[in-house]
Design a protein around this ligand. Structure first.
Ligand code: CDV
Length: 308
């Protein structure tokens, strides 16, 4: 048995005016709660340090850069790394990264129990648009503020398990889980900021949004025999509602822990990494059953091409 007690640290809304320091204080409270619950690892949401700023149209480079972190850890987040190290808890959280070369990514990092960064992932599937769209109920400008990630989908050995990350919209793409599945992933960690309504279809409400989120994560878990932990930033950010629905999914695709609120809330489950072995050695034994000679379109073609 390789048990990792995992805490999904769902975060409630972060208002535009809230500072990094105020947000980190909330993250510390969740971390202390996780330590009390015996957690080995805590997963925080996408862009955990600020409001979900891609909903705002901005043209001024310095206004945009104010949402980004030029180094990690930095003065605001160092207390989080220090407290995690003191508790011996590994953490992962998302933030907006500005590289020394001036590139912008939607990023998440993973630490070991000593607070050292052991993994970095940059979001590949950026939803939304890059120019102001008057036809949407609200904006989703990730394609404006970020470049697509350039690191692929690596996995890392941490806490005696193979761990990988993806971010928000990535969770809806089966290729993401399979890329990590092909590297033996046992735990996929992700955070998300998902609006409670569809900006292009007002009829698509919260129930359907929650269903699609859960469907994506449970399918990814089952089809790759891996644990999946998906953690929301939720609630009303300056009049913009984000859905909750944070879950921990086992390698059979069952939800074993689920958030009940739209606020700061810790969900906890003791996850046995050895529970991945059965699926990985039977129905999803990739080496025995995959037929890559028929999968060529997946990497050679992006959009739909109808047969002639
Ligand atoms: N932050 C996100 O990537 N959000 C998307 C929304 C826009 C659909 C998501 O897939 O949840």
């Amino acid at each position: 048995m390789r048990e990792i007690v995992i805490g999904g640290a769902q975060m409630g809304p972060i208002q535009k005016a809230e500072s990094r320091t105020e947000v980190v204080a909330r993250m510390l409270a969740l971390l202390d709660q996780a330590a009390g619950a015996g957690c080995d690892l805590v997963v925080y949401p996408e862009l955990a340090l600020t409001t979900f700023f891609p909903r705002y149209w901005m043209d001024d480079a310095s206004e945009i850069d104010a949402w980004f972190e030029a180094e990690m850890p930095n003065d605001a987040t160092r207390p989080l790394f220090d407290r995690a190290r003191a508790h011996g808890i590994a953490i992962t959280f998302g933030y907006a990264e500005k590289t020394p070369e001036g590139r912008h990514f939607n990023t998440s990092i993973l630490t070991d129990r000593a607070g050292a960064v052991v993994g970095k992932y940059r979001k590949v599937h950026l939803p939304g648009h890059s120019e102001y769209d008057p036809d949407r109920a609200f904006q989703h400008l990730e394609k404006r503020y970020f470049e697509p990630g350039d690191l692929g989908f690596p996995v890392w050995r941490n806490l005696d398990a193979w761990m990988g990350m993806c971010i928000c919209n990535d969770r809806r793409w089966p290729e993401v889980y399979r890329e990590m599945g092909l590297q033996g992933v046992e735990l996929v960690m992700l955070g998300y900021n998902t609006p409670s309504v569809n900006s292009q279809n007002g009829a698509e409400g919260l129930k359907e949004r929650l269903y699609h989120s859960e469907l994506s994560m449970t399918a990814g878990a089952y089809q790759n025999a891996t644990w999946v932990v998906g953690v929301a930033k939720a609630g009303d950010e300056d009049g913009h509602p984000l859905m909750a629905g944070s879950i921990i999914v086992d390698p059979n695709g069952y939800v074993v822990a689920r958030a009940q609120t739209e606020g700061d809330e810790l969900i906890v489950h003791a996850c046995d990494m050895d529970a991945c072995t059965f699926g990985k050695t039977t129905i999803f034994d990739f080496a025995r059953h995959r037929r890559i000679e028929h999968y060529g379109r997946i990497t050679s073609q992006t959009g739909v091409v109808l047969p002639e």
